[in-house]
Design a protein around this ligand. Structure first.
Ligand code: NAG
Ligand code: NAG
Length: 367
């Protein structure tokens, strides 16, 4: 029995060191009783830690992994077990740089299912959120760094959310990345049953829902955005993939992502100044990595519907209040896949909250 105590002691020491690292930059936050990576944020997102706006050129400041990021992802390697005895949960990970306007809609989606989900928020610390978090979001802010579009800081933020969610609750079995512009298209039970089919006896081979595409017209330009051979030898062009950053990963793939360094080192390299229009590393890193690591474990479909018709400067169509209707919800749910439905949709402008709430119970959560 006593033989195991040095092991236990060193684990405890490691855990408390990690806790120090996580909490140190936020000395003003009340200390947490456990080494949770979740930072308590009461009414607002924590103020900017590193000061000022997102980094200048050459990779945003948020790309750098501090000792806290590294220590946390190392802990994940100790904690990679699957199949907890309690009910499996879904981790909803919100990546945002503005108010969580749709929080009331998500609250209605979550209501009555508290034992089946966890929320995590990565809020760009350069932006002050004006809306106070609603109950499910309160105290669920992870230690965040600045994020910028077309820059690997979005990948770094997603990795940070995954680490926080992996460490926070071993029952988290799926990890859904969402933005402040995402809305649910179905009820929580419908999502849960789709993710955890009652007939699937073993949850350890559940698939990841991530879009994985090849042969898209913009890919040659995206591939050379850091220079002609910059991705070699790790990523030859024929292994390079594209897909939406809004994935829902199974736990084993979430662990794989946060432990991965080889491709991440490549994708975090800044794009050439003349290639900024082709610089969307967050649309390539995850599909490329997962298609290399476990192609059979990915559905290749995303659960999050988006409308690219008449897209403008890389932004998809943003729905405005007058467009919200029961018909729109029905259209957005339709998928080209016969197997997978869309469970979420983007992008919705803040003024859609009222019209969406008005049809929440009668349309969106009625399925
Ligand atoms: C997609 O957006 C276009 C406008 O860019 C719109 O006309 C079309 O109705 C939208 N499609 C769906 C399914 O909402
Ligand atoms: C379905 O496939 C068609 C043809 O490839 C495409 O135009 C359409 O956008 C797809 N719809 C969805 C919901 O992905």
């Amino acid at each position: 029995m006593t033989a195991s105590s040095p092991m236990v002691l060193s684990l405890l020491l490691f855990a408390s060191l990690t806790a120090l690292l996580v909490l140190a930059p936020r000395a003003s936050s009340p200390p947490l009783p456990l080494p949770l990576p979740v930072v308590v944020g009461d009414e607002e997102a924590p103020p900017a830690a590193g000061g000022g706006a997102a980094g200048s050129s050459g990779g945003g400041a948020g790309v750098e992994e501090g000792p806290e990021d590294l220590a946390l992802s190392r802990r994940v390697t100790l904690d990679a077990s699957e199949g907890a005895a309690v009910a499996s949960k879904v981790a909803f990970m919100f990546l945002t740089n503005s108010d969580l306007t749709f929080a009331p809609l998500w609250e209605r989606f979550f209501a009555g299912h508290a034992d089946r989900f966890n929320v995590y928020v990565h809020a760009d610390p350069a932006v002050r959120l004006r809306l106070p978090p609603t109950p499910s979001f309160r105290g669920r802010f992870v230690a965040a760094k600045p994020t910028r579009r077309g820059d690997p800081s979005l990948i770094a933020a997603a990795r940070r959310l995954l680490v926080a969610a992996l460490l926070d609750d071993p029952a988290n079995a799926y990890f859904a990345l969402l933005s402040q512009h995402c809305v649910p298209l179905h009820s929580f039970p419908r999502l849960y049953e789709a993710l955890f089919p009652p007939k699937a006896a073993h949850h350890h081979r559940l698939p990841s829902y991530i879009e994985v595409l090849a042969g898209e017209p913009q890919m040659p330009a995206r591939y050379v955005a850091r220079g002609d051979d910059a991705m070699l030898p790790e990523v030859p062009f024929d292994r390079f993939r594209i897909g939406s950053q809004f994935f829902t990963l199974a736990r084993r793939h979430a662990v794989l992502v946060v432990r991965e360094r080889r491709l991440w080192r490549k994708f975090r390299e800044p794009c050439l100044p003349e290639s900024q229009d082709s610089c969307y590393p967050e649309e390539h890193y995850f599909p490329t990595l997962l298609d290399m690591a476990d192609p059979a474990g990915c559905t290749r479909y995303t659960l999050t519907r988006v409308n690219w018709t008449d897209s403008f400067e890389g932004h998809p169509h943003t729905y405005a209040a007058p467009e919200v209707s029961p018909r729109l919800i029905a259209e957005l749910r339709q998928s080209n896949s016969s197997t997978y439905e869309h469970m979420f949709a983007r992008k919705f402008a803040p003024d859609c909250l009222g019209p969406l709430m008005a049809i929440a119970d009668t349309v969106i959560f009625k399925d």
